[in-house]
Write a protein that binds this ligand. Structure first.
Ligand SMILES: C[S@@+](CC[C@H](N)C(=O)[O-])C[C@H]1O[C@@H](n2cnc3c(N)ncnc32)[C@H](O)[C@@H]1O
Length: 175
């Protein structure tokens, strides 16, 4: 492969990432991955236990789902609108041998039917998306669900704890 081919491949990959980033932004949130050490803090705050089910709305490259299945032995389901990131996440899940515990479903978080399964629900979206989602979460999640959101809040739910250094907010959605 010569230098020109390498530059064209890099440019093509950049275009794919950039187009999918903008498209996802129009749906509910752009892709900004959470560092793994913050993911771990989220799951600790939510007290995720072995065998519980975690749902990550807007799963990106599947890192929360993968970490939950790998380190916490949870059942983990992601929902992701971007087909490339969804494919990538499922490839990594397969390579790590986590297929029995983890998967990322291609689809919209506004239409997912995964919510009733969640013991822990993670979100890192936008304030407006949280706003739109809160009614669906309230209607479809178990009353005992622990909702943990990065950066953006759910003012309608009851705040249980927060980590202001990392902008993490843990909620229960009923009084
Ligand atoms: C800020 S990223 C968070 C990714 C991951 N949860 C993390 O914390 O690393 C938001 C993700 O939500 C996805 N997303 C945006 N709108 C969506 C929708 N309507 N349905 C499903 N996923 C969506 C984006 O494609 C993006 O990957």
């Amino acid at each position: 492969m010569n230098t020109l081919e390498l530059i064209l491949i890099c440019f093509g990959m950049y275009m794919i990432v950039s187009i999918s980033w903008s498209v996802a932004g129009m749906f509910g949130a752009p892709w900004v991955p959470t560092p793994i050490w913050v993911v771990d803090r989220m799951l600790k705050m939510a007290d995720l236990k072995e065998g519980e089910t975690l749902v990550d709305l807007g799963a990106g490259d599947g890192r929360i789902v993968i970490w939950a299945a790998l380190r916490y032995k949870a059942q983990a389901i992601g929902v992701e609108i971007d087909p490339l990131r969804c494919l990538w996440a499922n490839i990594v899940i397969h390579v790590l041998g986590l297929g029995s515990r983890a998967r990322v479903i291609y689809g919209s978080l506004y239409e997912t039917d995964a919510l009733p399964k969640a013991d822990v629900l993670t979100t890192y979206l936008l304030q407006s998306t949280n706003q739109e989602l809160s009614e669906k979460i309230y209607r479809e999640c178990k009353p005992t669900v622990r909702v943990i959101s990065r950066t953006f809040t759910f003012p309608q739910f009851t705040l249980v704890s927060q980590d202001l250094k990392r902008n993490l907010f843990l909620y229960k959605h009923q009084q």
